[in-house]
Design a protein around this ligand. Structure first.
Ligand code: NAD
Ligand code: FES
Length: 282
């Protein structure tokens, strides 16, 4: 059993949890993920590791309350336990030697995964510009954390209610066009965001790493659920990734595959909400 040692709502639908998992905390590296299961009937849900504390033996996850399982997890509190917390899974992000300047782009809740990448680069002595994009001011997360690991932080909001108005791609283009030279761009967020960042950087010939979030089941390369096409080749995000070269990823296929169970997930969530509503009103 894995104990929740800290819980914090980062915005009304994004939750941070620190989980006591000393063996994972000991080995975890930026870019890797865990799979959790709340109880013996629970779904297996992958979440990228947002942070870890080797000394205290804790692993931080940050997730959006999107479906039944994340809703169920969000109802647990400090001191509660979950049944399974397996990891670290996946290949850690590999940054080549000699990188001097990097742009780390986070989109919405994807910022939770962009943060450890920015931190890892910063700790290597790389100069890091972070661009973090959100729909509006009310859902901005991790601003102080990003400030601590970057040389420049640009927050964008789609509606202009905070920071710079526009998408992350607008801010990135402006920085590049004003003469900032990046050795690498890391982009993590919704699939369209990663696609359009990659299309932008392709034109400038800047290496771009994306972290893919396909449907996963076993997380060990057995089920094929996380199949993605990269450079015309079949890859499995759980064992070959989740990081890939953004210029080679077939994002349209990823978007199609990710929407396969959208209706079923919606039904499950609605059923759970009705059930819980009934229990609370009983
Ligand atoms: P969102 O839709 O609010 O977008 C966040 C930001 O991304 C926007 O503010 C904008 O700056 C940028 N963006 C979005 N669409 C864009 C486009 N077409 N072109 C350029 N920039 C664009 O994000 P959200 O609702 O917080 O994110 C939820 C999505 O992120 C879910 O689909 C989830 O599956 C995905 N996600 C991905 C990862 C990952 O590992 N890649 C991790 C967590 C969440
Ligand atoms: Fe099953 Fe990757 S999650 S092969």
């Amino acid at each position: 059993m894995y104990k929740i040692v800290r819980k914090q709502m980062l915005n009304p639908s994004v939750v941070l949890m620190e989980i006591n998992a000393p063996y994972i905390a000991k080995k975890a590296k930026a870019g890797q993920f865990i799979i959790f299961r709340i109880d013996e009937k629970g779904e297996r849900i992958p979440l990228t590791i947002a942070d870890y504390d080797r000394e205290n033996g804790t692993v931080t996850i940050i997730y959006q309350i999107a479906g039944k399982s994340t809703m169920q997890l969000s109802e647990l509190n400090e001191g509660d336990t979950i049944l399974d917390f397996a990891g670290p899974l996946g290949v850690p992000t590999h940054f080549e030697e000699g990188i001097k300047k990097a742009a780390v782009i986070g989109g919405g809740v994807g910022c939770a995964i962009a943060y450890p990448q920015a931190k890892a680069l910063h700790e290597k002595g790389v100069s890091v510009d972070v661009i973090a994009g959100f729909r509006n001011k009310d859902i901005v997360i991790l601003e102080d954390e990003f400030k601590a690991v970057s040389d420049r932080l640009i927050i964008t909001t789609d509606d202009g209610s905070y920071g710079k108005k526009g998408f992350v791609t607008d801010a990135l283009k402006e920085l590049i066009d004003s003469g900032t030279k990046y050795d690498v761009v890391v982009a993590i967020g919704p699939v369209p965001m990663m696609k359009f960042v990659s299309e932008l950087t392709r034109g400038y010939g800047i290496k771009t790493i994306v972290s893919l979030n396909p449907i996963m089941i076993d997380g060990t390369g057995m089920c094929g659920g996380c199949r993605v096409t990269v450079g015309g080749q079949v890859k499995y995000a759980c064992v070959d990734g989740p990081d890939f070269d953004g210029h080679l990823v077939d994002f349209d296929e990823l978007a199609r595959r990710n929407s396969t169970y959208a209706d079923k997930e919606k039904q499950e969530k609605e059923h759970y909400c009705r059930l819980m509503g009934g229990i609370r009103n009983a």
